[in-house]
Design a protein around this ligand. Structure first.
Ligand code: CP
Length: 304
């Protein structure tokens, strides 16, 4: 492993497999009732979130604590960032306080990479702008791996606001490295530039893409990253790109429905699909804990 986890674009297939393997062991240990593992005893992890989060920030925090490390959640709003301190100076301050890892979410693509170049601590990207969200993709892969037993040959359909989604990018890089086929469905205005070079197949309708899919993944409509005018209305968007039981019926028999969350119920996934057993949104949350435990342990305890 490298010092930092900045994206899945830079991960080799063997690194991804090693993380999935370690996550399986972490999950088994947690389920068997070990409330605490000693893996990160004496280690300190700072959580530096410049954007809102429920799942990612709390699961990193919980993961550090289960591994017996010290987790320090920096409230950016109340920190000296609000007085104009730069990202690099903030990072160096945490370095001198003995940070073994810094988990960062930032609205600017590339902020975690910049931080990683300037601090001794391992830097973990918890989402940077529209660029990458590697631990989300790894937990998505882990959820698929647990359900299907392998990723090679799976057909994964990703529907929705692809253009603004760091989850999409990280998933495509990781899934295609492990031999999955990725289908994409989105309004043309919500497709990113360069999609033709991403090793995915673009479909015009979710009905077509859903046929014989193993996974249908909805993405959140990221209104906060849009200035409007990209689609006529939420109702129309939902009609063409929202996942319904019709799409589940078109997919393979053992297909699963996924979404990274937070979900706009009734927009990206209709409410009746959300609550079915084949919808793995809650399992994704549990996978997130196991994957983040694995990533923290592997980066912090790597051979220095
Ligand atoms: N999926 C995800 O990143 O969720 P949060 O924004 O709640 O962390």
């Amino acid at each position: 492993m490298h010092k930092d986890l900045l994206g899945t674009k830079d991960l080799a297939a063997r690194d991804i497999n090693a993380i999935l393997q370690s996550a399986s062991e972490m999950k088994a240990a947690v389920k068997s009732g070990y409330k605490k593992l000693g893996t990160l005893s004496g280690k300190t992890v700072f959580l530096l979130f410049y954007e809102n989060s429920t799942r990612t920030s709390s699961s990193f925090d919980h993961a550090v604590k289960i591994l017996s490390g010290n987790s320090i959640n920096l409230s950016v709003k109340n920190s000296s960032v609000a007085k104009g301190e730069t990202l690099i100076d903030t990072g160096k301050t945490l370095d001198y306080m003995g940070a073994d890892a810094i988990v960062i979410r930032h609205s600017q693509a590339g902020a975690p990479a910049l931080l990683g170049k300037n601090v001794r601590a391992s830097v973990i990207n918890a989402g940077d702008g529209m660029n990458e969200h590697p631990t989300q993709a790894l937990l998505d892969l882990f959820t698929m791996y647990e359900h299907f037993g392998a990723l090679n040959g799976l057909t994964v359909t990703i529907a929705g606001d692809v253009r603004h989604s760091r989850v999409f990018r990280s998933n495509v890089y990781a899934l295609t490295k492990l031999g999955a086929k990725v289908r994409v469905v989105a309004p043309e205005t919500l497709l990113p530039a360069g999609i033709e070079n991403m090793n995915v197949t673009v479909y015009e309708s979710l009905d077509e893409a859903a046929v014989k899919s193993d996974v249908i993944m909805g993405l959140r409509l990221q209104l906060e990253r849009q200035s409007g005018g990209l689609f006529p209305s939420i109702a129309e968007y939902s009609k063409y790109y929202g996942i319904t039981k019709r799409h589940v019926a078109l997919a393979n028999k053992h297909a699963i429905i996924m979404h990274p969350g937070p979900v706009n119920r009734g927009v990206e996934i209709c409410s009746s699909v959300f609550d079915e057993n084949y919808t793995k949104i809650n399992e994704q949350v549990l996978s997130g804990l196991a994957v983040r435990m694995a990533v923290l342990a592997m980066l912090i305890r790597r051979e220095k």
